[in-house]
Design a protein around this ligand. Structure first.
Ligand SMILES: Cc1cc2nc3c(=O)[nH]c(=O)nc-3n(C[C@H](O)[C@H](O)[C@H](O)COP(=O)(O)OP(=O)(O)OC[C@H]3O[C@@H](n4cnc5c(N)ncnc54)[C@H](O)[C@@H]3O)c2cc1C
Length: 798
């Protein structure tokens, strides 16, 4: 028994430290030698020695290993792996990997995250946010825009163009603003906290669209012509990819371009297309069009089927039909279909010229690799901060059963969720922007941000709607949340619809991109390189057995001895992430090993992997953000809520994966390794929920930090200005209210009509005239804040 234990410990140590195979063999020889010396040489010992000899030969002599093992695995995998289509291959090659690869490694290098410089705005960027962005926000009246005009007012359009809001990503030498990704995100976030219509209008020219594609791939001539015009809004761009038959599967578009000569013998393309849902389409002056290019007469080369290509088409080109509008959930940003019938364009309208023909999909994927992490995440954080600030204040202003709504335990739960989730969203936004500004182009993280931030924003706004009750439901100029709630599905659907992003893209791409060995193995398979495959495969096996040993050790000790950064309040979270990251890496390998190419179709399983990876990433962002902000003590409830929630959800996702894995017995063994003593992590408890919710009910620096960067005003005739005024008035009057309540308890004052109680309290000297003034102001401001709009029957039907 002792010998078995010694063998188990020896193997565990080897696996944990991924010891060289020669050392393993040497120690096994010593162990077996000592065993034989103790008990003498029996037939069993001889068998063991023979086994060990074979083991030695097998593992240490590459030729034997390849012949007996790797060759067979090579054949098996070649047969099992479905060939990647070109579009899949190009999606996989887009961008790079960053912290996602660290999480996949099972042993994140924390220095990489800690040393990431904090995202900062330049003075010029800050001045733009304090100046033109503030002015633009003040010009926006969302109700007027969405209900009356169904468009931005002309003066807003002019201001957007004049201040170069459409040219944030365009370099200065082309006349743009040349802002960082951080500034871009801050600007979209602030505008989104005022009007989603305006935010989407500004977002589109700066995200995936003609300007970005020109910057990355355009010819000098195209850049020199278009970029200065796009920067000043002289040209309004739209990007047209989606059509009736090609939504999520955009690569399946039936839109065609045939290389031909026109009547004047100019070499060009004859285009036919039908697109829909195109943002800014109805007002665009230039379309970035995606189509499939064919060259049946071999006018530019040997290939007939050239592939997806992108071109810039002025919308006045003969044959282009444009101008009709969709109505995207009553939001007023310009969106509509467009068509082209036998539209002839010269060949040099292709973005990047002839050199870029057939490379459209790659160009799109490369641009999405970063773009997805900026616009919609910024919009989502703007919406989340806005809901926290205003609905949090509303929960303090609005009273039922003689208490502010926010003081009921039932309301505390959604309030805490809103605050904690907003903290997570903002942390992810800031840290990811810092990475982008640092030159990273993390495609998988970009997809995580798009999916997680829009989904979580949806939950935050839903919670806000529940707390607002009727005041969120009855639309009108006073309602600041209803329109936001209405338009949420737009962000869920665009730039990769969320279900698809979660179940296909995050882990689907991540498993191959971020895994330390899979991509190298696939490359060796594709190149038929058995030698390279054998080398990588054995490192991969070492990685797997290391994770088994590490999983058990970290599971038994709950990673308490793992060396990680952080202080007293954060160290345990770092350790828990390290532990779950090993579990994640182990399960990912097991799933890849057992399911191979069919994993692509197991979307439920892939979705759980995506959830686990996303929650681990978000938790890392929270820790980094807390550190970047100087670890403010008052934010501790937000930090703890965010970390506990993320770690709990990552754990639950891993448990869900265990339930979905094939080979049940082995899956149970793995579960025993990763969670040897049950489920260790719980979601935020009642006391933490209470402390987190309270942050939204008081005028504190923590609340200001949480909602920093959105548009705030104190105008009495403004939907949110009214809330700011009432919130401050109600808080100022709170001590006076407490005095009155105390007097009522002591039977010095009767209960009943508030104005009669106030008069009596004043006459009896319980409160002073100034205090009475505070109370009256709070009553009036509070009533204005909880009031809702009504309309004449004619107004409703007009
Ligand atoms: C308001 C708005 C603005 C837009 N702006 C633009 C624009 O400017 N330019 C442009 O080119 N396009 C634009 N789009 C198009 C947008 O990108 C597409 O709507 C999106 O790609 C989804 O396509 P679809 O609506 O046809 O949905 P479908 O592709 O029909 O998908 C429907 C649902 O099925 C899910 N689904 C699809 N395939 C899978 C799968 N394999 N596994 C799991 N789930 C799957 C999706 O996630 C989605 O939930 C816009 C759309 C809207 C609504």
């Amino acid at each position: 028994m002792l010998w078995l234990l010694a063998l188990f410990i020896a193997l565990w140590v080897f696996f944990y430290f991924t010891t060289r195979i020669t050392w393993v063999t040497a120690v096994l020889v010593l162990l077996l030698g000592a065993y034989t010396a103790t008990y003498g040489l029996t037939q069993n010992h001889i068998n063991l020695w023979v086994g060990l000899f074979l083991f030695f030969i097998f593992l240490n002599i590459p030729f034997v290993r390849k012949l007996l093992f790797s060759r067979w695995i090579f054949k098996l995998m070649k047969g099992a792996l479905p060939p990647l289509s070109q579009t899949e291959q190009e999606a996989l090659e887009a961008g790079n990997t960053w912290w996602d690869a660290e999480l996949f490694s099972g042993n994140p290098d924390w220095k990489k995250l800690q040393n990431l410089p904090v995202a900062r705005l330049t003075d010029e960027e800050q001045a733009f946010i304090d100046g033109p962005v503030e002015t633009l926000c003040a010009m926006l009246d969302d109700w007027d825009i969405t209900n009356n005009r169904k468009d931005l007012p002309p003066e807003v359009w002019n201001y957007i163009k004049q201040q170069k809001f459409c040219g944030m990503i365009i370099p200065k030498h082309y006349g743009g603003l040349e802002f960082s990704e951080t500034a871009h995100s801050e600007i979209v976030m602030k505008i989104a906290s005022r009007s989603t219509t305006a935010a989407v209008t500004v977002m589109v020219p700066n995200s995936l669209g003609p300007a970005k594609l020109l910057l990355n791939y355009g010819t000098e001539q195209q850049k020199n012509y278009y970029l200065p015009r796009l920067a000043t809004g002289e040209e309004l761009p739209a990007f047209a990819l989606t059509g009736p038959h090609a939504g999520s599967d955009a690569g399946a578009m039936p839109d065609t371009g045939i290389i031909c000569y026109n009547a004047e013998k100019v070499l060009g393309i004859c285009l036919n297309w039908e697109k829909r849902y195109i943002t800014l389409g109805p007002v665009a002056t230039v379309l970035g069009l995606a189509f499939k290019l064919y060259d049946p007469d071999h006018l530019i080369g040997d290939r007939e089927n050239i592939g997806i290509t992108l071109a810039l088409i002025p919308t006045h080109t003969p044959g282009v039909s444009i101008g009709r509008r969709h109505n995207p959930l009553d939001s007023a940003f310009q969106n509509g279909p467009n068509w082209g019938k036998d539209v002839f364009i010269p060949i040099d309208w292709i973005i990047g010229g002839l050199e870029q023909t057939g490379k459209g999909w790659k160009m799109l994927m490369q641009s999405l690799a970063t773009g997805r992490a900026i616009s919609l995440p910024a919009l989502s954080v703007g919406a989340a901060k806005f809901t926290c600030r205003n609905t949090g204040a509303y929960a303090r202003i609005r009273k039922q059963f003689n208490l502010p709504l926010g003081e009921f335990e039932g309301i505390e739960e959604p309030l805490a969720r809103m605050a904690g989730e907003t903290y997570i969203l903002n942390a992810a936004r800031k840290v990811t922007n810092a990475a982008l500004d640092n030159g990273e182009k993390p495609a998988v993280i970009s997809a995580i941000l798009k999916y997680e931030l829009t989904e979580r924003m949806r939950r935050i706004v839903n919670d806000g709607m529940d707390i607002q009750g009727g005041s969120g439901i009855c639309l009108g100029p006073r309602n600041y949340l209803g329109r936001l709630y209405q338009v949420i599905p737009v962000s869920i659907t665009v730039e990769g619809a969320n279900i698809l992003t979660r179940t296909m893209m995050i882990f689907g791409q991540g498993a191959i991109r971020c895994h330390p060995y899979i991509q190298k193995e696939m490359a060796a398979l594709q190149q038929n390189d058995l030698r390279q495959f054998d080398k990588v495969l054995f490192r991969h096996i070492g990685f797997f057995v290391h994770n088994m040993a590490a999983g058990l050790w970290l599971g038994l000790t709950d990673a308490r001895f793992k060396i990680v950064p952080g202080k007293r309040d954060t160290r345990r979270y770092y350790q828990q992430i390290a532990r779950l990251s090993v579990g994640f890496a182990l399960l990912a390998d097991f799933a890849l090993l057992t399911l191979g190419g069919t994993l692509k179709r197991k979307e439920r399983l892939s979705g759980c992997f995506a959830d686990a990876l996303s929650n681990l990433y978000l938790c890392c962002c929270v820790l980094k953000h807390y550190q970047d902000q100087g670890c403010p003590k008052e934010d501790a409830p937000l930090l703890h809520w965010a970390c506990r929630q993320s770690i709990y959800r990552a754990q639950q996702s891993l448990l869900a994966i265990f339930r979905k894995l094939p080979l049940r017995l082995l899956a149970w063994v793995l579960r025993g390794l990763v969670f040897p003593i049950g489920k260790p992590y719980l979601p935020p408890g009642d006391s933490l929920t209470h402390k987190t919710a309270k942050l939204l009910l008081a005028d504190t620096p923590a609340r200001d930090r949480l909602t920093y960067g959105i548009y705030i005003n104190n105008k009495a005739d403004d939907a949110t200005g009214r809330i700011e005024i009432a919130f401050k008035a109600v808080l100022a009057a709170a001590p006076v209210e407490a005095k009155i309540r105390q007097a009522q308890k002591q039977k010095q004052l009767a209960k009943g009509d508030p104005f009669r109680v106030l008069a009596e309290a004043l006459s009896k000297g319980i409160i002073t005239q100034t205090e009475a003034g505070l109370l009256t102001a709070a009553e009036q401001a509070g009533f204005a804040a909880i009031s809702v709009d009504d309309f004449s029957p004619e107004e409703v039907t007009s």
